[in-house]
Design a protein around this ligand. Structure first.
Ligand code: ATP
Length: 306
């Protein structure tokens, strides 16, 4: 059967730890990170169109604004890469239902790219296989390979060298979301400025954090969250400290800037505790939006094909 339209559902990520090493000659930083995919999803629908038509992108949903609708959209670029791999010159329409906030440190753009890779490959017969999809993903962006596999994984290099990690249990997160995003390059630049003159050691992963995941104890996980980019994100957005203060006041197990921010991920004991924290955070007015999400969840998957 020839498919005409496929929808992939892809999760956001948070970084349970992000260890940033020195600046490399290629302008990237060597890093070691532990990703967790959480239950906050974008849906990416790809429809094939006749060759002589124009390819298009549309974005709907709460966070549709400030997403580019031209060839610079990561999902568009991903779809093109798959077509090139198949030597197919069809046109396409991409429709993204966006629930992942933009420029939030949650890798929403990367999620859309992973969704478009998977959906387009499925439309064209699903012949690329995991390895080739992973290679295309790594070329598109550091966080795209993780969005394909989801759950929990260690990321090395720029984050694109992925090793799945073992973990037990489910974690209850509350996300403090700001309307105004932070640019990832700007946060790295601020981090370099703050670390100027300091000796920056090679990035590493905490043994205690890995152990906490294996044991599935949220208390231990909460104590061992870490992010080397947090000082830079807080320097650019001092108001984020108020979110961390509220997390501490409500006895959260831990709270961390996600990736390059400005989203703050707060770890709750259980569902009820996550509701308490979410209500307090909403009432405080220190963030524009609050979401609750369980993690880990699986990576990109097909939810509809016609
Ligand atoms: P990361 O943590 O992966 O560095 P992020 O989560 O902070 O990224 P994204 O939501 O991925 O940020 O958006 C970063 C920028 O990418 C946006 O400002 C936007 O201009 C651009 N972009 C391109 N395509 C997309 C897309 N499909 N969805 C969101 N942003 C996109």
């Amino acid at each position: 059967m020839t498919l005409a339209r496929v929808t992939a559902r892809v999760p956001a990520k948070i970084n349970l730890s992000l260890s940033v090493g020195p600046l490399r000659p290629d302008g990237f930083h060597e890093l070691v990170t532990l990703y967790q995919a959480i239950a906050l999803f974008d849906d990416v629908t790809v429809t094939l169109k006749p060759k002589d038509e124009r390819s298009t992108v549309e974005v709907t949903g709460e966070y549709a604004t400030s997403v580019p609708l031209d060839e610079s959209n990561l999902a568009y670029r991903a779809a093109m890469r798959v077509l090139e791999a198949y030597e197919d010159d069809s046109a396409f329409a991409i429709s993204i239902r966006k629930s992942i906030p933009v420029a939030a440190g949650l890798a929403g753009g990367s999620a859309d790219a992973a969704g478009a890779l998977l959906a387009m490959d499925t439309l064209l017969g699903g012949q690329l296989g995991k390895n080739e999809l992973h290679l295309l993903a790594a070329e598109l962006g550091s966080d795209v390979p993780f969005a394909l596999i989801g759950n929990i994984a260690l990321g090395r290099g720029r984050g694109e060298e992925i090793t799945p990690a073992l973990s037990r249990g489910e974690f209850h997160w509350v996300l403090g979301i700001s309307n105004q995003g932070l640019s990832t390059p700007a946060v790295y630049k601020e981090s370099d400025r703050l670390r100027e003159g300091m000796i920056v050691s090679s990035p590493r992963i905490s043994e205690k954090l890995m152990h906490a995941l294996l044991s599935g104890e949220p208390e231990e996980l909460g104590k061992n969250l870490s992010n080397d980019l947090a000082p830079a994100a807080l320097s650019l957005r001092p108001g984020l400290r108020l979110v961390l203060d509220i997390a501490a006041e409500y006895a959260a197990l831990g709270a961390i800037v996600s990736g390059s921010g400005p989203t703050i991920a707060i770890l709750a004991r259980d569902e009820e505790h996550s509701l308490d924290i979410a209500v307090a955070l909403t009432a405080s007015g220190v963030v524009n939006n609050v979401a609750r999400a369980l993690g880990p969840v699986a990576g990109a998957r097909i939810i509809e094909s016609k």
